[in-house]
Design a protein around this ligand. Structure first.
Ligand code: SF4
Ligand code: SF4
Length: 416
């Protein structure tokens, strides 16, 4: 079997001779029957971006002068509850907290940990309220500069196995899988997953994706701590950790769903092509990646299946907004449901857009132009064609981070 070792690849990188492809570039060449051979590829940078509910942050910051309170009992950041501790920081005037990316504000369930962490990294001012064990209330504001330490831990990230959902019933169903209830009679489909770009999809036996390996998490160097929660060989995911303060807020943030705010992240992982087996695993394409389609109400009972080529196809990754078509409805449905608040006050901020497609599917007057596609399925012995109304993964961000990783490897900034 053909082989090379990491030193050989690193030497080529140092000499500026390494052949590094993003997964998107590599798959495009495969589709064109022009795939580089084992000898012609040294590293492929893979990536994924999507809602990753198991995200938490450990934060440490000062809220008062020392001696003002014994220790925190309850802590709220912009109204989002965080768990005080584990360190009690007795009489120090500072707190350690664990904040869940899925925690919701006590006043607005659509605002939560994901939005808050993004705002911290955007340098915004954050309201802090501490209720201490000795009955004191300390209110203050902090910014990113006041945070001494901020570490993200993702307990289940970069999963490769998802299920797409539709609603065969008659009544609309609210869920975390779309920002508005999913209408019945198979009228729409929602899905997650970046298909053949996903790191674990490109290294199914975990030949290189292992505990201790360095990755990019939201554009900061991070590490694989091990398998994620509920990970198993058939449905793997990863536990990752990295320094929030080094992360680029473009790559993560809050994501509204029918059941409140969630959090999305972007992960990129390099696959050095050390063996022919590793190379062969990289040849997987969207059409080979099967995804079950289930009833939104019976999440683990598939109705049928499809593949990621059917779901992503060559469909649009971002919408175009035409203000001339907007009729200024009394209540803008798009502002209500846009998961990342990219559409606000009749302005589309593409730097916040996730490409989910909800605007194009639910604007009442077609002010958005975006083809998110339809999928042909056979359900209950009938052929049906279902529009894709919501995507909870973002291939554009996954591709962008994979490209950044490629450039960082080439420049020597990211060592393999
Ligand atoms: S729903 Fe569409 S047409 Fe109505 S205000 Fe919103 S963007 Fe404009
Ligand atoms: S595609 Fe539309 S609804 Fe989705 S994030 Fe972008 S602007 Fe918001």
């Amino acid at each position: 079997m053909k082989k090379r070792d990491l030193n050989q690849i690193n030497e080529k990188i140092d000499n500026g001779e390494a052949n590094i492809y993003t997964a998107e570039e590599f798959k495009k060449l495969i589709k064109e029957n022009n795939a580089p051979s084992f000898e012609e590829v040294d590293v492929v940078t893979t990536g994924t971006c999507g809602v990753m509910s198991g995200t938490a942050a450990i934060l440490n910051f000062i809220v008062s002068e020392p001696g003002e309170f014994i220790r925190a009992e309850n802590v709220y950041l912009n109204g989002v509850p965080a768990y005080a501790g584990p360190c009690p920081n007795e009489w120090l005037g500072e707190v350690d907290v664990i904040l869940h990316g899925t925690a919701h504000s006590i006043t607005d369930k659509n605002y939560g940990g994901g939005f808050l962490l993004k705002e911290i990294m955007e340098g915004k001012s954050i309201d802090v309220r501490v209720e201490s064990v000795d009955g004191k209330i300390i209110e203050n504001t902090i910014t990113r500069d006041d945070i001494n330490r901020a570490q993200i831990i993702g307990s289940r990230m970069a999963f490769k196995n998802y299920t797409a959902f539709t609603n065969p019933g008659s009544d609309a169903v609210s869920s975390i899988f779309a920002a508005r209830p999913l209408e019945g009679n198979l009228s729409g489909l929602t899905f997650s997953g970046c298909g053949d770009l996903n790191p674990l999809q490109n290294d199914i036996p975990h030949n290189v994706i292992k505990t201790g390996k360095k990755v990019l998490l939201n554009d900061a160097e991070a590490f694989i701590l091990g398998d994620g929660t509920r990970s198993n060989p058939q449905k793997p995911n990863l536990m990752l950790s990295g320094d929030l303060i080094q992360m680029d807020p473009y790559y993560f943030g809050g994501f509204k769903t029918g059941e409140g705010g969630e959090i999305f992240n972007t992960v990129a992982i390099p696959i050095p092509v050390l063996t022919e087996e590793i190379y062969n695993n990289l040849l997987i394409q969207d059409k080979d990646v099967i995804i079950p389609v289930a009833d939104i109400k019976g999440r683990h009972l598939p109705l049928t299946e499809t593949n990621y080529n059917e779901l992503w196809g060559d469909y649009d990754l971002r919408p175009q907004y035409s203000s001339s078509k907007c009729v200024e409805c009394d209540v803008c449905e798009v502002e209500k449901i846009c998961p990342t608040n990219a559409f606000s006050q009749k302005r589309l901020d593409l730097s916040r857009c996730f490409g989910c497609g909800m605007c194009a599917n639910f604007c009442t007057h077609d002010a958005f132009n975006m083809n998110t596609g339809n999928v042909d399925l056979r359900i209950n012995d009938e052929d049906v064609n279902i529009p894709i109304i919501c995507r909870q993964s973002d291939r554009l961000r996954a591709n962008k981070l994979s490209l950044k990783l490629k450039k960082k490897i080439k420049s020597g900034e990211f060592k393999l």
